[in-house]
Design a protein around this ligand. Structure first.
Ligand code: NAP
Length: 284
């Protein structure tokens, strides 16, 4: 039997509608709308697309979006100065510095300079630490979006065996912490993991964030498992595909996310939610 699809476009539209209601409630009460500062350095085409999508989502949510775009020659000191100015600016609630940054800029240093209360990407060690300590505030957007999708299945994750493939700071690692928070039993796999196939074969939930097209073979999936594919890979023919061999996996899974139209739109929706939450916390 074919898996049910988790429609990221639909779920993210619902979340952005909810955020919009929160914004309308603020403005009806005489408060200003949230403002998100989006910083783009360099001319990476994928980053330009992501930033554009984030600006469009700001419009839909009723936010003010402030755009800061610089050539790749911007120095680290100049970027840190900008971040500090945005930290101080009472009209700004969220600061998003689009990654990756040019090689001469230390992304960790930039992230650590962002005021944690405005860290709407949830990448600051303070916010990451809060998630690790079961006290999440601003949560990393992609893994949070994954959890919202998992909630939509109606399956209780407590006690389920979850396998996360990938252990990066923006996808795998925080996804593992989120799943642990939901009381799943979590196995985190990475490039040194032995016998990945058997680990995936035992999993009730698979979250894949590797960055290799069709890396997770459909035949590895346990019948009835839930499969969340975070990967976004561009093929030579220009098409996007995920990290999971979708056509085969969907015949075994109970629920599966498509690529595109799965986790991607959820990331942006959770960014909107974080920005509203940050604004409400800073300016109740
Ligand atoms: P990344 O930083 O390159 O991390 C990739 C992870 O995969 C690493 O932990 C790496 O292991 C692991 N890995 C590599 N080869 C492996 C193998 N043979 N077996 C098992 N694990 C292996 O990538 P990322 O930034 O996390 O992104 C992953 C994917 O998610 C990409 O396709 C990216 O485009 C996509 N993404 C999507 C969204 C979204 O909004 N949907 C957001 C962010 C990223 P090591 O730790 O050992 O190196």
């Amino acid at each position: 039997m074919s898996a049910q699809l988790l429609d990221g476009k639909q779920i993210s539209a619902e979340i952005i509608d909810e955020v919009r209601k929160g914004v309308d409630a603020r403005t009806a009460a005489g408060k200003r709308a949230p403002a998100l500062a989006v910083v783009l350095v360099g001319d990476d085409p994928a980053s330009a697309v992501y930033v554009n999508n984030k600006k469009k989502a700001c419009e839909r949510a009723g936010f003010r979006s402030l755009s800061f775009e610089y050539p790749a020659t911007l120095t680290e000191a100049e970027l840190l100065d900008l971040v500090r100015k945005l930290n101080e600016d009472v009209e700004v609630d969220g600061i998003l510095v689009q990654l990756p940054l040019p090689k001469h800029i230390d992304a960790d240093k930039v992230i650590e300079t962002i005021n944690p209360n405005k860290d709407v990407d949830g990448f600051h060690p303070y916010n990451f630490g809060r998630l690790a300590l079961k006290m999440p505030l601003l949560r990393p957007c992609t893994p949070h979006g994954v959890m919202v999708m998992l909630e939509k299945t109606g399956v209780d994750l407590a006690g389920k065996d979850a396998v996360v493939v990938g252990a990066s700071n923006i996808v795998g690692r925080p996804a593992a912490l989120e799943l642990l928070l939901a009381r799943a039993t979590v196995t985190v796999c990475h490039s040194k993991t032995k016998d990945l196939a058997s680990k995936i074969a035992a999993a009730d939930v698979v979250v894949a964030g590797v960055g290799i097209p069709n890396f997770v073979k459909g035949e590895w999936i346990k019948p009835g498992a839930i499969v969340i594919d975070v990967g976004i890979n561009r093929l030579d023919n220009g098409k996007l595909c995920g990290d999971v061999e979708f056509d085969v996996a969907r015949e075994r899974a109970s629920w599966i996310t498509p690529v595109p139209g799965g986790v991607g739109p959820m990331t942006i929706a959770m960014l909107m939610k974080n920005t509203l939450d940050a604004c409400n916390a800073l300016h109740p």
